[in-house]
Design a protein around this ligand. Sequence first.
Ligand code: ATP
Length: 265
Amino acid sequence: MEHVQPIPVEDTTAAIQVQGVSHSYGRTPALTDVSFSVPAGSIAMLLGLNGAGKTTLFSLISRLFAVQKGSIRIFGYDIGRQSREALRRIGIVFQSRTLDLDLSVRQNLAYHAALHGLDRRETNRRIEAVLETVEMASRMKDKVRSLSGGQMRRVEIARALLHEPPLLLLDEPTVGLDIQSRASIVRFIRRLVAEKGISVLWATHLIDEVELSDHAVMLRQGRVMAAGPLEAVLAQSGSSTVEEAFNRLCRAPSIGTGVPEEDMP
Ligand SMILES: Nc1ncnc2c1ncn2[C@@H]1O[C@H](COP(=O)(O)OP(=O)(O)OP(=O)(O)O)[C@@H](O)[C@H]1O
């Protein structure tokens, strides 16, 4: 009997579909032939050491940089050719802080709402709602400067949610926070996914933030080492824990040098 190969079907409902993406800074390659997809309604953890290419990937998905090679689709919309449709579906929290310290929490959010063309009444309604979500409504009138690092992060998450995007990009949102603040951020994000069905791509190297029901994209020196439901990634790498998979896939000796990445100058 003739063996019939299944025909690969392009999943246009994927929240993110990255296909064959490469990116270089001058001659330095940062991403090489990166492909993966994030199913709608799921949390995908983007795992990799410092320098693995996580921020570069976020910069391409959020169109901070133009895609040099390959394609990126957000809910089926090409980030280069249909950027308006793609970008309005994305909320992003960058690694570095981007709030204006001398404005109030409300003013920071109102500025973002204006960029998205929301009218005053809708702006007020949404600011209250998103600040409730991250339990920061009581600090609405306070200057950002008076907040703790964890509270600022919560305001940044609120801001990213203000235009009600179905996809949230988080670039190491818990780095530098104490255990309690980290836990509360993780809790808010997971609650958002469960209650509102939004999709999340979450860059981290903190493997305790990963749960078995998540998807994972394991990145090492700009290459995807494994991607898919975490359980499948564990099975594929012959690992019984996330830590083991991370060590095998993301922390292996540096390609071409035999030197572990963290020991490199
Ligand atoms: N503006 C830039 N110019 C030149 N090289 C860069 C630039 N930004 C990043 N790189 C290089 O590209 C590679 C990927 O960096 P990137 O910041 O994307 O990694 P990362 O996984 O986000 O790391 P981290 O966790 O430290 O933020 C690294 O080798 C880095 O040195």
